[in-house]
Design a protein around this ligand. Structure first.
Ligand code: SF4
Ligand SMILES: [Zn+2]
Length: 448
């Protein structure tokens, strides 16, 4: 598939078309195709792993008419801009969200998420996130916290943390840039740890399916990763995940697709994740993916202090119904400004009991330690009722530091464990699963 063009009366008048590999025109476009049109065509025709490379394809900038031979982005109307014009464009407000182009140079970053057995690299398709989850740690990380100047320039952001959820900067040309990186870099130079297994995850700092534009970037990125035989993990709170089932099926067992579902109590989830979809919609998306043969996982995180054995039983029974699945679990951690925001959000939504528990956790570290240990243990115990359900717990570093002796050793062993997922030929090294670690010798319950 290729974008072709014909000149009109002058060099600046061009009409575009898309041709398939047999040089047949599959789509005739006007003189100024939008990025949305081009990405849609890419998705509609031919092999799901085929991409339309928009670099050096004869496209002209909608503002200055120069030919696009390098970086590009779209303006609010979706027209394609050269990089200079894109950087001169002011943000616009769409449904209360300030949007613009992300000037970030990096394409794929090494990640510490191997400590959670998730990945070795992350790719983020945007800066900012429209979901605006109250507990989100992203605005406290250097990727946001150290970039207030850029965020002010690009989206009039006053305070990157307080304004989190109200700005979004897209990386439209990421698929093209990733293609260059993967073609030019020796694969052996990529980081590969035992727990991260060389996996590339989308996304750690934004939701990669939060809207059509991010989904279009994500599709291009995933296509590049798959065609370069790189294992991929996708995590999203959006049911729009299902739009790329065709592509995920081609990836086979080199991909796993997951969603965060901390609870099915929709009003509580809405209080904490104000702009994300209801949890049952996320489950339905995973069900659709699983039925299409796509490997799926769930991130049950962060679980709230009022959740008890019955809540976990309900959650895990829904997850078990998805068939072969790995569930990652993490209790909530009382750190930073975002924890205070959770507390206020719970209180504002009438969840007084949740707010009181969070307050107590923040004021009394030992209270949090006991809650976290209790939840990790309860979830692992409930999981034993569901044959073949793997729960991979994430004990926090601070929790480990707050314990000692055998309990601390067990928590460390849990942290070192590799999730039981296979990525094609990349299997977890043989080791005790987390549930065996908890059952063996002295039980976790006795140690708490
Ligand atoms: S979806 Fe993820 S990145 Fe977006 S606000 Fe929520 S936790 Fe943060
Ligand atoms: Zn231009």
């Amino acid at each position: 598939m290729e974008l072709t063009w014909e000149a009109g009366d002058s060099w600046f008048e061009r009409t575009y078309a898309v041709e398939n590999d047999d040089n047949q025109t599959v789509e005739t476009l006007g003189s100024q195709p939008t990025l949305n049109e081009l990405r849609k065509i890419e998705r509609q025709y031919g092999d799901p792993t085929e991409r339309l490379d928009l670099w050096q394809a004869g496209l002209l900038c909608a503002d200055c008419s120069s030919e696009i031979n390098d970086r590009f982005a779209a303006n609010p109307a979706g027209e394609i801009l050269c990089w200079d014009c894109a950087m001169d464009t002011d943000s616009t407000t769409q449904n209360g969200l300030r949007v613009n182009t992300d000037p970030t140079k990096s394409v794929m970053s090494e990640s510490h998420l191997h400590t959670k057995s998730l990945c070795d690299h992350v790719i983020n398709v945007a800066t900012g996130c429209r979901h605006g989850c109250e507990f989100c740690y992203v605005p406290t990380t250097p990727a946001i916290d150290n970039r207030d100047g850029m965020l002010t320039d690009q989206a009039d952001v006053n305070d990157p943390q307080i304004d989190w959820g109200s700005y979004l900067l897209y990386r439209d040309d990421l698929p093209e840039r990733l293609h260059q990186v993967l073609e030019n870099r020796d694969p052996s130079e990529r980081k590969q740890t035992k727990r991260g297994r060389g996996i590339v995850m989308l996304s750690s700092g934004t939701d990669c399916y939060q809207d059509r534009r991010t989904a279009q970037i994500t599709r291009g990125v995933v296509t590049e990763l798959i065609t370069h035989d790189i294992p991929v993990r996708i995590l999203s709170r959006s049911p729009a995940l299902v739009r790329d089932i065709d592509l995920f099926r081609v990836a086979g067992d080199r991909i796993t697709v997951g969603s965060s579902i901390p609870s099915f109590e929709a009003p509580l989830v809405k209080a904490m994740e104000p702009n994300a979809s209801p949890p049952i919609k996320r489950w339905e998306a995973l069900d659709q993916l699983q039925q299409a043969g796509v490997p799926v996982f769930v991130s049950m995180s962060p679980t709230y202090p009022t959740m008890d054995e019955d809540d976990f039983h309900e959650l895990l029974s829904y997850f078990r119904a998805l068939g072969e699945i790995v569930v990652f679990h993490e209790p909530i951690n009382p750190r930073g400004k975002n924890f205070q925001q959770c507390l206020e959000a719970a209180s504002d939504s009438g969840y007084d009991e949740v707010a009181a528990e969070l307050q107590q956790m923040r004021d009394d570290r030992q209270y949090w330690v006991e809650y976290a240990l209790e939840q990790l243990n309860t979830v692992q115990q409930v999981a034993t009722r569901f044959d073949g359900l793997h729960v991979h717990s994430w004990p926090d570093d601070e929790l480990i530091r707050s314990t000692s002796g055998q309990l601390q050793s067990k928590l460390k062993a849990m942290q070192q464990a590799v999730s039981p997922e296979s990525f094609g030929p990349i299997k977890p090294e043989s080791q005790s699963s987390q549930s065996e670690l908890l059952e063996s010798h002295q039980s976790f319950q006795q140690l708490i």
